[in-house]
Design a protein around this ligand. Structure first.
Ligand SMILES: *[C@@H]1O[C@H](CO)[C@@H](O)[C@H](O)[C@H]1NC(C)=O
Ligand SMILES: *[C@@H]1O[C@H](CO)[C@@H](O)[C@H](O)[C@H]1NC(C)=O
Length: 330
């Protein structure tokens, strides 16, 4: 009796479908954002700019002529990517600056240095994100996903708000994703210490992103700052590096099944570029964009009482008032 050699059969099946998958992937990813929208004279900050869609976004901004500040935790990686970007784009106005979003002291230092170097900020891209990380608690004691994805960016944006206002028309692009729809704000236990669930914490942090964008827009109405929340789709980046994906079984057998429906980081970054530069999005007030199209976020995300509540709590956690006083005293 002939017994099929399972591994080989599997491998050839995967290989055979790879060609078809590539074609499908190209179409699924959607078209890139228009080439002719330039960014000369604009100063841009991108958090988490050394990998994934943050890196591709930084590259795109540099290609279009912007001055780009890469706010990253790992300076070695950042410098490597910065050199790559400068070589490829011939734009030398690309800089690495240390900013660890899991550390409020580091965020304050980043802002201080940025303001001492730059009078303007036209585009802030809150991109850095972690998903189910190995360490649950940031340096400040926040649950890591809420801490990095939301609290860190909350503080960063607020500390840069005066510069953004002075540079108007300016924009804040908040990278969320469809996981926000499964999210809930756990008012009684934002750190989820009682019963930790990494996935719920991730979804909560992504919902917090949309709530933050909407509340920020409300507070900066008529200031010339446009606020846009974006969903870059299921992008194939190392955001998923902490998932079982990195184990070899998942990597070789499960991952290929999902690969065709994931966008490349390059395509994922297009939604950021569109939100940051498209002339039609000059007056967004916390609108939510999926694939460069206006979309409705979840019902929770549209709850203004909730967004106000989260804002107040975030102010307290990040000690924003104290930070503001320090800035004024300096
Ligand atoms: C937090 O950032 C500050 C300022 O950069 C740094 O001195 C400190 O070591 C950082 N803490 C941790 C735990 O990384
Ligand atoms: C949870 O949140 C509070 C903020 O009120 C923080 O101070 C605390 O250290 C956090 N962490 C844990 C593990 O409870």
């Amino acid at each position: 009796m002939w017994v099929p050699n399972l591994p080989i059969t599997l491998i050839s099946a995967v290989a055979a479908s790879a060609g078809a998958a590539c074609i499908f992937k190209d179409f699924h990813g959607g078209p890139p954002y228009e080439r002719d929208v330039r960014a000369e004279g604009k100063t841009v900050v991108v958090t988490g700019a050394n990998a994934g869609i943050g890196k591709e976004a930084a590259l795109e901004f540099a290609t279009r002529g912007a001055k780009v500040f890469m706010a990253c935790r790992d300076m070695e990686k950042c410098e490597e990517v910065r050199r790559e970007i400068v070589m490829e784009t011939k734009n030398k106005y690309v800089y690495c600056r240390p900013c660890d979003l899991a550390n409020t002291t580091s965020i304050r230092e980043f802002v201080e240095r940025f303001k001492s170097e730059e009078p303007h900020l036209h585009v802030l891209v809150n991109n850095a994100g972690v998903m189910e990380p190995p360490t649950r608690i940031t340096r400040d004691g926040f649950e890591t996903q809420l801490g990095v994805n939301h609290m860190g960016h909350f503080l960063l944006t607020n500390l840069l708000l005066d510069t953004l206002k002075d540079s108007a028309p300016s924009r804040v692009v908040v990278v969320s994703c469809s996981a926000h729809r499964k999210g809930q704000i756990h008012k009684e236990d934002l750190n989820l210490t009682a019963k930790y669930d990494g996935r719920a914490a991730y979804a909560q942090s992504k919902l917090a992103n949309v709530l933050f964008a909407r509340e920020l827009a409300k507070r900066t109405l008529d200031s010339g700052i446009s606020v846009i929340a974006v969903d870059p789709g299921h992008t194939d980046t190392d955001l998923t590096r902490h998932l079982p994906m990195s184990k070899s079984f998942t990597r070789f057998f499960v991952y290929p099944l999902f690969w065709p429906v994931m966008k490349t980081p390059k395509i994922g970054a297009q939604v950021i570029i569109h939100a940051a530069l498209d002339p039609k999005l000059k007056k967004c007030a916390g609108d939510y964009y999926v694939d460069m199209k206006l979309a409705e976020p979840s019902k929770e995300a549209q709850d203004f009482e909730l967004s106000l509540w989260l804002w107040k709590v975030s102010e307290r956690w990040t000690k924003l008032d104290q930070a503001a006083q320090q800035v004024r005293a300096a």
